[in-house]
Ligand binder design. Sequence first.
Ligand SMILES: Nc1nc(=O)c2c([nH]1)NC[C@@H]1CN(c3ccc(C(=O)N[C@@H](CCC(=O)O)C(=O)O)cc3)CN21
Ligand SMILES: CC(C)C(=O)C(=O)O
Length: 270
Amino acid sequence: MSMHTPRVDKKVTLNTIARMKGVEPITMVTAYDALFAQLFDGEVEMILVGDSLNMSFFGKEDTLSATMDQMIYHTQAVCNGAKKACVVFDMPFGTYITPKVALENATRVYRETCAQAVKIEGGREKADIVRTLSENGIAVVAHIGLMPQHVRSEGGYRVRGKDEEDIKRLLEDALELEAAGAVMILIEGVKAKAAKAVTDAVKVPTVGIGAGNVTDGQVLVWSDMFGFFEAFTPKFVKQYCNGAKEVREGLEQYVNEVKSRAFPDEEHSY
Ligand SMILES: Nc1nc(=O)c2c([nH]1)NC[C@@H]1CN(c3ccc(C(=O)N[C@@H](CCC(=O)O)C(=O)O)cc3)CN21
Ligand SMILES: CC(C)C(=O)C(=O)O
């Protein structure tokens, strides 16, 4: 067992999260499996099962081909490891194209996983979907700013909130999503000024990724922050461990020891 005293010692609910705004920064990381969820549980308040798993778990170029079945399977794995963290389920591309479709898919999330909220990408144009889910008892995290599910239609990942007009747009989006019932706003890839305007304007907590040190919380993708994901590194990623380097060194040692018959030794044999 860990010698470390957990920071988070009881079940984190959406009420816990709501009360943290303006009091204490909210910590969130992604996880895709039980092993890492268990490592993170007790340290962070929230775990996002992000559709980024389509890239950093499944090996695709973008998030667009992730399916409900894949996301549910990974969320079940995370739920098996995370007993305290508030788990958020990322609705994949194409699974919330109408309020009806969104409700059918999000209902599955509550029925089949421990997730306490679902996340959808979009601004005011998604307000009716947020409202339908909220009215049916499903909590929604609204994801605004840089929206990875728009990578193909927009021809890349582009930082938002660079001028007053776009800041106003993001602010109006956030207010409409909050009015529709969103319990949290996730703000990705925006200038800090835009994230601050949104955070100051809404009563619900905001969690940022590449949105500056102005939001009510922060989120990072686990494989980025621990140095396992090497396909690309967005500017907002701070690397807290060199995971890939550690694994490569360990693997090299194992291979050398097998080749030289240094492993297994007496200690590791029956
Ligand atoms: N491993 C991983 N980490 C992530 O943060 C992440 C995923 N996967 N998959 C889904 C999306 C995609 N994300 C991305 C991907 C690329 C950039 C990027 O290239 N950003 C540029 C800025 C572009 C600009 O200036 O307009 C950068 O240099 O940071 C940002 C976010 C965030 N999400
Ligand atoms: C980048 C984060 C916020 C996300 O949406 C994901 O992990 O899919």
